[in-house]
Ligand binder design. Structure first.
Ligand code: BTN
Length: 249
């Protein structure tokens, strides 16, 4: 990846929306767009993302020379980058985990979320993405669907969002090199697997068909979650369709 440009806003609707505006003007990235506060922060599945000052709200506008299907692997790359970055600021004992497809957890509670949107690309064979990262640093969102936490509740000293972003941008460079435009996705999944939560455990996958229980066997070469049913049959679930919970919830 070329050296990224950084663009910071005291207040903005959504850093992903700003990435969309830049792309519409012909920018291909890489640009890291950050804000102290978002007035219309977006989460996955049409949910909002509470975006008060103190936390990190940042989106990477990035164009990759691969199909949209391959570019979707960036969900795993980005989750790993957030894990790498948080681990730099936390004590070695911190229980950092990745929850399929792309939440990052600390002591079983979510502190970071990723929203990747595909934007119209200028050229065929390329995919332009807005890779939005929300990292709870100074506070959590209050009420939320999944139990949540924030980094400063676990850290040795308070983290400033710009310091986190700088490290995150460095780590993204390194993980993009490793990913090699999808040619080495298995290297990414092998690192991801080491930090995965619920792997090998009984889980509940929530889909449009309802809740499906089984054993979280592995992740497939394309990043799909492999679930083994009680009757021993195996089913693959793709990011976007499902959310994962331990079997007890
Ligand atoms: C999730 O639902 O877990 C994903 C949350 C992603 C939030 C980030 S904050 C920066 C970027 N801008 C947005 O509007 N959303 C993402």
């Amino acid at each position: 990846m070329l050296a990224a440009r950084f663009e910071h806003h005291p207040e903005i609707d959504s850093t992903n929306q700003q990435a969309r505006r830049l792309a519409a003007k012909g920018e291909a990235g890489p640009v890291w767009i950050s804000a102290d506060r978002q007035t219309s922060g977006r989460g996955r599945r049409g949910r909002g993302w509470v975006s008060e000052p103190g936390n990190l709200y940042a989106s990477l506008l990035l164009t990759v020379p691969v199909s949209a299907a391959t570019a979707a692997q960036m969900a795993f790359v980005t989750a790993l980058v957030l894990h790498d970055t948080a681990s730099k600021f936390l004590p070695a004992t911190a229980a950092l985990k990745l929850k399929w497809p792309n939440d990052v957890l600390l002591d079983g509670k979510k502190f970071a979320g990723i929203l990747i949107e595909t934007l119209p690309a200028a050229r065929q064979g390329q995919t332009t993405l807005a890779i939005g990262c929300g990292v709870n640093i100074a506070h959590g969102p209050g009420e939320s669907l999944f139990p949540s936490t924030w980094l400063n509740a676990h850290g040795l000293s308070d983290i400033e969002p710009p310091d986190f972003l700088r490290k995150q941008a460095e780590n993204m460079q390194a993980r993009l090199l490793l990913w090699n435009n999808g040619k080495s996705f298995e290297k990414i999944t092998s690192h991801w697997r080491r930090h995965a939560c619920f792997l090998g455990e009984q889980v509940c996958v929530t889909t449009a068909r309802g809740k499906i229980h089984g054993r979280f066997e592995d992740i497939a070469g394309d990043g799909a979650l492999i679930l083994r049913h009680d009757n021993d049959s195996v089913e693959h679930f793709h990011a976007g369709d499902v959310s994962l919970r331990p079997a007890t919830s």
